[in-house]
Design a protein around this ligand. Sequence first.
Ligand SMILES: Cc1cc2nc3c(=O)[nH]c(=O)nc-3n(C[C@H](O)[C@H](O)[C@H](O)COP(=O)(O)OP(=O)(O)OC[C@H]3O[C@@H](n4cnc5c(N)ncnc54)[C@H](O)[C@@H]3O)c2cc1C
Length: 390
Amino acid sequence: MTQEFDILIVGGGLVGAALAASLRDSSYAIGLIEGNPPASEWPADEWDNRVYAISSASRRLLQKIGAWQRLDPARLGPVAAMKIYGDDGHSSLEFNALDAGVDDLAVILESRQLQSALWQTAAEAPNVTLISPARPESLVTDAEGALLTLTSGETIRTKLVVGADGAQSWLREQAGITAKVEPYQQWGVVGNFEIERPHYGAARQWFFEDGVLAWLPLAGNRISIVWSCNDERKAELLALTPEELAERIAAAGGRQLGALIAISPAAAFPLKLTHVEELTKAHVVLVGDAAHTVHPLAGQGVNLGFGDVAELANILKAEHPGRCGDYLVLRRYERSRREAIYLMQGVCHGLQKLFNNANPWLKPLRNLGLGLTDSMPWIKQQLIRHAMDN
Ligand SMILES: Cc1cc2nc3c(=O)[nH]c(=O)nc-3n(C[C@H](O)[C@H](O)[C@H](O)COP(=O)(O)OP(=O)(O)OC[C@H]3O[C@@H](n4cnc5c(N)ncnc54)[C@H](O)[C@@H]3O)c2cc1C
């Protein structure tokens, strides 16, 4: 028997689950297909080495759908200040929440905690059906909508199918939407550490000639790091023992927080820029990493995805349910998201190219830029506002 939905979301990661949860108070019947259902429990003393800096705009979305309230406040790391260091040994730029008149600039939280909160929120919505573990095998679209066949042989009919299936999106490929993928030839090496001296909620970021190191404040005396680096540095870092790695990270950050102790295994993720030609076709739309990826130096990837969710949910809720797959309706989403996506991709890409560049003329220029920006409070406030509201 063929199941029927108005909206079928492929991919129940952070963005797909957030979209399902955002539509919980609508009249749509929603299906959510996920290949790997997330864990809901883990040892209390373990810290996930994937963390996100969640912006104010994303937090508002998560609060509105009820997922934020499910997070354990004892595991959230509010960012009170952000210190950025250039590669000449003395240029720096500092943002802080007090100057911007806000409680925090962002909140650092663990991926699996947020994933579990979103999954539970979607699971409890009366109009959402979780189809998991499951994977689609084929997609056929026609004038009325789409027909998906799962690897189990089951079939699902829907008016709209949403690709929230990440950077390697199966749906994007099936729908014939071209993606231009530009690898950065860099890796994001991540890991968590206990620190000797308190971080007081300050995030720190060092721009080196061959990469960017970020220390993000976790709850308590802990930090999470992302070192965006080339192949050789990645191989060097992953070959170290936990003690050697902690010493290497402490030294790279000038021992600002004293000695470090590794509390989670290090891992590495390849970094790439993904541009898609279109965000939508009739009866098909893309959100999250399926629609765009950015360099993580500004910590904005999932925030951009939550921006897609907020916009698409608003448009779909305002529409007559029968029209949710119409190209003209979906084009409104495309038009309203294009600029935000291009802007964020441009900023992250530009910064990556400006700093990871051996050109001797660029070095004084970029460090001067940091120092100048630091001396201009108005510009700093505008930058903070923009980053907080993506
Ligand atoms: C090192 C690093 C650090 C980062 N730090 C930050 C940060 O600080 N802040 C930030 O905002 N962003 C950050 N990002 C980006 C962020 O990780 C991504 O933007 C985000 O995870 C994208 O979420 P998504 O739900 O779109 O995709 P994904 O997280 O990839 O989820 C896709 C989901 O779809 C499922 N799926 C895939 N294919 C199928 C299929 N065929 N059938 C069924 N299910 C399927 C997968 O199992 C998965 O659950 C970082 C990225 C990296 C690499």
